[in-house]
Design a protein around this ligand. Structure first.
Ligand code: BGC
Length: 731
């Protein structure tokens, strides 16, 4: 990661540091609010979350609140990292760190840039569904540039939690339910964030989170316990982290949850042995906010000091949100509970990442860059638009109601269609209202003959007079329904993931009118849509697509874009099916019509819409699957034909099933995919290569094994609709 000269510089610095200065590097601060509030800060957050104040109002309050930026501590060398997205403030603080602290060590400024900073692109679960690794990389590159221009050198991203239970609100932040797709997403994000080192303005250090298995929280309840076999940990939850480290990822964030009884903040197995040892991640590990202190609440540490000692010894290098390292580590070292070697290792890692970022040479954002990014760069908007278009999934299109004709009178219904705050999605904080394009704006921009009727949304009552008017006055009704942004993301688990509020009744009223109905979904999780799947003839999954949402949705509805997005997560009929995922282990009694099989009495055992699923305005036919064995791979080819009258892009997917393994393996596992553009009537032979080294799995000793035997290979349009061939492989 560093040149020899840079390494020597780090060592030289380390040798000059006092113990207080070393511990200072391991301390992260965020601006704290001081005084002046008639409501306490936690209540303000509550007010934001429950909708009493809008994101914009919250922003206004925060921008006028008096804040402590810990200048004195920075001057004294007691702060290694700060959070924030204000470039002017970042420059001010860097100046104090560099010019007024004894050793002049710059700060590393960190921030949550999960799906874009100012240019907010689709939430990860949506973007993953584009199955477009080049796109994953380009959106991250945009985020990296904008971050640097805001003084941020370190993004708390990508979020790589493989999530299979959509009761968990944070499914929105990650790349879905599949470890292979998540690994491809991870590598692309690392290339995008860290890859372009031609100038310090182009790259940031990535922070892999949440390490690890946070998404497996029991019953989908955020921060809850996780428990799993070692093989499951290695086969499902670790792969994207491993792939990201192999791609060069420098830092990681320890997750809040306990894993098999040991909180990930103080877990030597996951941190020291696997992440830093086996994977060899060269940078540092930060706790999640308040994570170290929570180990006392977990009942695993006697007090703050004990929690800090356990954390640092387990391999956690930086404290986010508590002052436990700052307040207790010195004594812990003096008492011999933490060795100087452990401390030096942590500090060396932090200094090395700062060195890699070029902060020792220039920690400041240039005036020119600050100015440049005050406006949204057009090329960034274009990437956000492309990402939004490619993330839209056509779920149903009975009677080919879509695409709509510009001449049709369109009644656009639902408050979500016209609220610019609702396009953004969870965990985005630096966007501006003026940049957001709602579906109503997008339809108007595209020249549609559209009239808007609010009617109602995820919260509150439905105005049936308006619904009636919308149905009477339009040739077609486009209803935008789903979830508010605040219904997914952190601390937004739900026990019932169906359509919130009275929106289902609103949809029923539109159906009753007999008008053609197109339903556009805006949501941050795969919702339980059994009723909708049965009753609604046309459904478009549009997630929270970011600032260009409206233009992208309009392009799809009006047929300027042929939808090519696929689901990165299975959709259940009812919440009780959660967790539901296509790649579940084979049971001895696979679900069927017969009673004594792995099924429910009152719900289907399959997903309503499976992983990898998505329609288009054209149709594709698969034929002639062939498997060719070479010395180190299986080459799987198939003919794919566009049998419709429009060009489109098909996402061809390759799956594998190991049917003679020493551990029960998944019924299918994604092993490859490619986007194939096809003109109307065009046929192509598509070949996907499965390397033999990738056909193994981890056993319960955490060892990767390749076992000879029989495998089923599948190629097709989604995880259910495939051609298949059986092969026998010797490794
Ligand atoms: C979240 C992290 C985030 C951190 C800092 C925590 O509450 O779990 O994902 O990076 O806050 O904002």
């Amino acid at each position: 990661m560093l040149t020899d000269a840079q390494k020597a510089r780090v060592e030289e610095l380390l040798s000059q540091m006092t113990i207080e200065e070393k511990i200072g590097q391991m301390n992260q601060e965020s601006p704290s609010i001081v005084g002046g509030f008639s409501v306490p800060f936690p209540e303000l957050i509550e007010m934001l979350n429950d909708g009493r104040i809008s994101q914009e109002e919250f922003g206004q309050i925060m921008s006028t609140a008096k804040r402590d930026f810990h200048e004195d501590d920075i001057r004294a060398g007691l702060v290694g990292s700060m959070m924030g997205d204000d470039p002017v403030k970042a420059n001010e603080l860097q100046k104090i760190a560099v010019e007024e602290s004894r050793l002049g060590i710059p700060l590393i400024m960190g921030f949550d840039v999960i799906h874009g900073l100012r240019t907010v692109y689709p939430i990860a679960i949506a973007e993953a569904g584009s199955f477009d690794t080049d796109l994953f990389e380009r959106t991250a590159r945009v985020a990296a540039k904008e971050s640097r221009a805001h003084g941020i050198g370190w993004n708390f991203a990508p979020m790589l939690d493989v999530a299979r239970d959509s009761r968990w609100g944070r499914v929105s932040e990650g790349p879905g339910e599949d470890p292979y797709l998540a690994s491809c997403f991870a590598c692309a994000k690392i290339r995008g964030l860290q890859g372009d080192r031609s100038s310090a303005e182009n790259y940031v250090a990535a922070c892999l989170k949440h390490y690890v298995a946070y998404s497996a929280c029991e019953s989908g309840r955020d921060y809850n316990t996780t428990s799993m076999s070692i093989s499951q940990l290695h086969n499902v939850y670790l792969p994207p982290f491993k792939a990201a480290v192999e791609e060069g990822a420098l830092t990681a964030m320890a997750s809040f949850n306990d894993l098999n009884g040991v909180p990930c903040t103080v877990n030597p197995y996951t941190l020291r042995k696997i992440l830093k040892g086996e994977y060899g991640m060269p940078g540092f590990v930060v706790s999640d906010a308040n994570g170290i202190k929570e180990c006392v609440t977990h009942g695993i540490a006697e007090d703050d000091m004990d929690a800090g000692v356990q954390a640092v010894n387990a391999g956690l290098d930086m404290d986010m949100g508590t002052h436990i390292f700052k307040d207790h580590l010195k004594q812990a070292v003096e008492e011999g509970r933490v060795s100087m070697e452990v401390l030096d290792d942590a500090v060396r890692r932090i200094l090395s990442v700062k060195m890699w970022l070029g902060l020792f040479d220039n920690p400041y954002v240039s005036e020119e860059n600050i100015e440049k990014y005050k406006k949204l760069p057009q090329e960034h908007v274009e990437v956000a638009l492309e990402a939004a278009k490619k993330s839209i999934v056509l779920l149903k299109n009975e009677g080919n109601v879509l695409p709509l004709d510009r001449k049709q009178k369109i009644s656009l219904v639902g408050t979500l269609a016209a609220n610019s705050e609702e396009v953004i999605g969870a965990w985005a904080m630096s966007w501006k209202r003026e940049d957001c394009v709602t579906i109503l704006d997008g339809m108007k921009n595209a020249g549609a003959n559209v009239t808007y009727y609010a009617c109602g949304g995820p919260e509150g009552e439905i105005n049936y007079d308006e619904v009636k008017k919308a149905c009477e006055e339009g040739d077609v009704v486009v209803a935008v329904v789903g979830e508010l942004v605040s219904m997914s993301g952190e601390a937004s688990s739900k026990a019932e993931t169906g359509m919130p509020g009275r929106q289902r009744e609103m949809l029923q009223a539109i159906l009753d009118s007999g008008r053609p109905l197109v339903t556009v979904l805006m949501n941050g999780r795969p919702m339980a849509l059994g009723w909708e799947g049965e009753h609604l003839p046309v459904m478009v999954e549009a997630w929270h697509l970011g600032i260009q949402m409206g233009n992208a949705v309009a392009a799809v509805l009006l047929g300027d874009e042929n939808p090519s997005g696929r689901l990165a997560s299975s959709f259940p009929y009812v919440t009780g099916q959660c967790p539901i995922y296509y790649n579940h282990p084979s049971t001895g009694r696979p679900g069927s019509k017969s009673k004594f099989t792995s099924r429910y009495l009152d719900a289907p055992f399959k997903a309503l819409f499976p992983f990898g699923y998505g329609l288009s305005y054209t149709t594709y036919e698969y034929s002639d699957m062939k498997v060719q064995e070479t010395a180190d791979a299986l080459e799987v080819s198939v003919n794919v034909k566009n049998t419709g009258d429009r060009s489109g892009t098909e996402v061809v997917q390759l799956y594998m099933q190991d049917i003679t393994a020493s551990l029960v393996r998944p019924v299918k596992e994604l092993k490859g995919f490619t986007r194939v553009p096809l003109a109307a009537g065009e046929e192509k032979t598509v070949t996907l290569v499965l390397a033999k080294k990738d056909m193994g799995f981890y056993n319960n000793e955490g060892e990767y094994v390749l076992e000879d035997g029989k495998f089923n290979l599948f190629v097709g349009a989604n995880s259910e609709d495939c051609l298949s061939e059986q092969v026998t492989v010797k490794f």
